[in-house]
Ligand binder design. Structure first.
Ligand SMILES: [Zn+2]
Length: 251
């Protein structure tokens, strides 16, 4: 492959998880400065109706939705990250990506999942915020999750295996492979950054990563343009899926 092609197909979306009114605002404020310094446009997974007790312990920003609106106006992508972030089912590794663990969506009826997704989207709409993508808490989906998303006009998911964004069930998947910030030499990927579980030291590492790799960081629109369904991306997806499943089984 030519080096220009590699360059064209190398990039990272910065995905921040668990953004809600109650969160680690000290680190969020630091992130904002860091992103502004390098003109990085991250993708934020906002929980529209947070009921997760783990996040409620953080201080609340009263003007949260105004802040979200400002982020969107400055070119940050607002994504929906579940509805209330409360896990009430167990996947037993039967979830679509085979991660296992507890879930907010997996195993619920299409009606129930549709209800959650449409209620969540309505909150964003009321606040004047445009949402065109989704990722589920704990990466856990079943086929009804995809159907419910499609019913609500959402056809982008920031999750999945592969080295490049791909299409399946008429949905664009932007892969998210690692729990740590890793810059692959090739491929379009997404990170997952959990500020609510990070301490100052973790944040410093993240800062170093951004300082080093900021030129590879792309925004959501650019990643969408890379959605391909060619032989190459299907092959890499297939092999990665196999190897990652094996790796995870041994973790
Ligand atoms: Zn989450």
């Amino acid at each position: 492959m030519k080096s220009s092609q590699i360059e064209k197909n190398t990039g990272l979306i910065v995905r921040l998880d668990d953004v809600t009114d109650h969160m680690n605002w000290t680190l969020m404020d630091k992130c904002q400065n860091l992103f502004n310094k390098y003109n990085i446009k991250p993708l934020l997974g906002v929980i529209p109706n947070n009921e997760d007790k783990e996040f409620k312990v953080f201080p609340q920003r009263k003007n949260f939705w105004t802040i979200v609106k400002n982020w969107q106006e400055s070119g940050w992508e607002i994504s929906m990250h579940g509805y209330n972030h409360v896990y009430d089912t167990e996947t037993n590794k039967k979830d679509f990506f085979g991660y296992g663990g507890r879930s907010e969506f997996y195993g619920h009826s299409l009606e129930a999942q549709n209800n959650k997704i449409s209620k969540g989207l309505n909150i964003f709409k009321e606040k004047g915020i445009r949402v065109r993508s989704f990722f589920a808490p704990n990466h856990t989906y079943d086929l009804n999750t995809f159907k419910a998303l499609k019913m609500n006009g959402i056809d982008n998911i920031i999750d999945g295996y592969g080295l490049l964004p791909y299409q399946e069930f008429d949905i664009n998947f932007i892969p998210q492979l690692f729990y740590k910030e890793i810059m692959l030499p090739f491929g379009i990927q997404s990170t997952q950054v959990h500020l609510n579980y990070m301490n100052e030291e973790n944040f410093e590492k993240f800062e170093i990563f951004i300082n080093k790799n900021h030129k590879y960081i792309i925004n959501f629109d650019l990643a969408l343009k890379k959605v391909t369904n060619n032989l190459f991306s299907n092959l890499t997806k297939f092999t990665l899926e196999k190897s990652l499943k094996i790796l995870r089984a041994f973790k």
